[in-house]
Design a protein. Structure first.
Length: 242
């Protein structure tokens, strides 16, 4: 590799020919574009887009998704770190509210590791939810997310899948904050978070709440998320009509 470019604070910065300051407050996508500055110039008003591949001949009916299922709302309750997960009982309460108030069809999304929490949400909700946790390949998950009217997710990878397909997203932040650079990108979105003096407490989320109260997540009420969901769905309906 004739030219190596990296961030000034990287652990292997000594191998780089050019070292770039890692700017704070930008989305990670914008930060990574800064790595191009020593070697090229981006066009004026350049706006990057996220793109993900869809499976060939994708058929949502294979997963129990019907054309009349609207609003179609996906829940992604998983996250790599325990403290980044909004509790299962709150997702269950939200499912009941969305079903009652908006007549929504709720999908539970995640890999096999998320299957237990998705099963708990379904059980606690008392509803017949479409639980697809552990039942989809990654590109099939892309296809399902692309069909959603709304995604409700923790600070985790599905945020970026929704951004790639311009799907409205409600993102619940606990120990982390959007200013770390990993929030939604250029899709309709709402950030749900509590303003607490102890936030952020970690760059990716600790295993346990350092303060012992976990109010960054426990303080977020399902009714608050319901209200934000209604706003995003109304905006989507208006954009389609216009």
């Amino acid at each position: 590799i004739p030219v190596l470019v990296g961030f000034q604070d990287s652990s292997l910065r000594w191998v780089y020919h050019f070292r770039v300051e890692r700017p704070k407050g930008l989305h990670e996508l914008e930060r990574n574009l800064k790595l191009l500055e020593p070697i090229t110039e981006l066009p004026k008003n350049f706006s990057p887009r996220l793109r993900l591949p869809l499976p060939e001949n994708f058929d949502p009916a294979r997963f129990g998704i019907k054309p009349e299922d609207h609003p179609l709302i996906g829940f992604s309750p998983g996250a790599a770190w325990e403290t980044k997960r909004w509790p299962a009982e709150k997702f269950a309460d939200l499912a009941r509210l969305l079903s009652r108030e908006l007549n929504a069809k709720i999908l539970l999304l995640g890999d096999q590791e998320n299957a237990p929490v998705c099963a708990e949400i379904e059980k606690r909700s008392g509803l017949s939810l479409l639980n697809l946790a552990g039942k989809t390949k990654i590109q099939e998950l892309f296809g399902i997310v692309s069909r959603l009217d709304l995604l409700v997710t923790n600070d985790s990878a599905p945020v970026h899948i929704a951004s790639a397909f311009s799907v409205p997203a409600l993102v619940i932040f606990g120990p982390t904050v959007p200013t770390f650079g990993f929030g939604p990108w250029n899709n309709p979105a709402r950030i749900i978070q509590r303003d607490l003096p102890c936030r952020p407490c970690h760059h990716h989320g600790p295993r346990e709440c350092p303060e012992g109260h976990f109010q960054c997540m426990l303080g977020i009420k399902p009714e608050e998320v319901l209200a934000a969901a209604g706003e995003l769905l109304s905006e989507r309906d208006r954009s389609r009509a216009g």
